[in-house]
Design a binder for this molecule. Structure first.
Ligand code: BDR
Ligand code: CA
Length: 317
């Protein structure tokens, strides 16, 4: 059984990734910690409960985490995922926040990792604030993990939120810096460019959403808003990035579920730019090994798209 702990800012693609993991029989989700990101943290908590409800998995504990980034709040979520983070699709029967655990996310993260030494893969799909707080409280938390899977950062200077930074790193650059420098474990990063190169065809998306299940109907509702955003940006995007849809967080999740989904990686030392007029929050890859860092990460380069499609399909079955 693979033990996963998920840190999320749901987020429509976070929802897709969570549903993907829930559909894999030999995966056990030990908990879901929530962080401010695509929407404010209370919305993230509500959204996770809605996802668990539609998957009939409300027994999985959900923890409320950081309300703010470590230092500043210059970057706030736009409207890409809707104001509520899940496409502003009404849900009168949404579970109440009373189902959220009394224990906070950071303390739960430390406890769960310590109770399952060497067994937990942590999948981080939002700003890294909870993880940075956790490593400051328990500096050896990284060594106690099986692996860390991050969706975030970029490998060239093209961002998706600021000119040079990807959203999860742009929202909390200090947290990303702390995690990349202090969370010492096998680390895998699904960067923005990697997800762009790993697009799924829009025809696949149509078939995926057309499945006759409650999960597919739920996904269709919450995805409508961001899908329209993608389509309205489509002409510009396709010129630059090629056709298809991206479920950013799902690639990090697939890698955590099984390394057979990833066919190529690049082993490099990385860090995050914290200053600069243009580059704050940009991930820096040390190609020339000038940082002299022993700790290197695996930057995902190529996914097995056919296998990945099956994981996505199963998520909504
Ligand atoms: C990341 O930002 C969020 O909008 C997505 O959920 C994903 O985690 C992509 O840059
Ligand atoms: Ca996310």
């Amino acid at each position: 059984m693979k033990k996963l702990l998920l840190d999320v800012d749901s987020g429509v693609d976070d929802a897709q990734a969570i549903m993907m993991a829930l559909a894999v029989p030999d995966v056990q989700i030990l908990g879901i910690t929530c962080v401010n990101g695509n929407t404010e943290v209370d919305n993230v908590c509500k959204n996770v409960l809605r996802i668990l409800k539609v998957c009939k998995r409300l027994e999985i504990p959900v923890f409320r985490g950081a309300v703010k980034s470590l230092l500043d709040e210059t970057i706030c979520a736009g409207d890409y995922h809707g104001k509520d983070g899940l496409g502003d699709a009404p849900d009168p029967d949404a579970p109440g926040l009373d189902l959220i655990q009394a224990e906070g996310a950071v303390s739960a993260m430390i406890r769960i990792v310590n109770e399952n030494l060497g067994e937990v893969s942590l999948v981080a799909m939002g700003p890294l604030t909870n993880l940075a707080l956790a490593v400051k409280l328990d500096p050896s938390i990284g060594e106690k993990l099986k692996g860390l899977y991050i969706m975030g950062g970029n490998t060239d200077s093209r961002g998706n939120t600021t000119m040079c930074a990807e959203f999860n790193f742009a929202v909390d650059p200090e947290a990303a810096y702390i995690v990349l420098n202090e969370f010492l474990c096998q680390t895998y990063i699904a960067t923005w460019e990697f997800t762009c190169r790993s697009k799924l065809p829009w025809e696949f998306c149509d078939d995926w959403l057309a499945q006759d299940t409650d999960k597919a109907r739920f996904m269709k509702q919450i995805f409508k808003h961001s899908m329209e955003n993608s389509h309205s940006e489509r002409i510009v995007k396709e010129l630059v990035e090629g056709q298809g849809f991206i479920s950013c967080d799902s690639y990090a999740m697939a890698a955590a579920i099984d390394d057979k989904y990833i066919v190529e990686t690049d082993h490099k030392a990385v860090s995050v730019e914290l200053a600069g007029n243009y580059c704050r929050g940009m991930m820096v890859v040390d190609h020339l090994e000038l940082m002299k860092k022993n700790h290197k990460v695996q930057i995902l380069k190529k996914v097995d798209l056919e296998r990945f499609k099956m994981l996505m399909m199963n998520a909504l079955k």
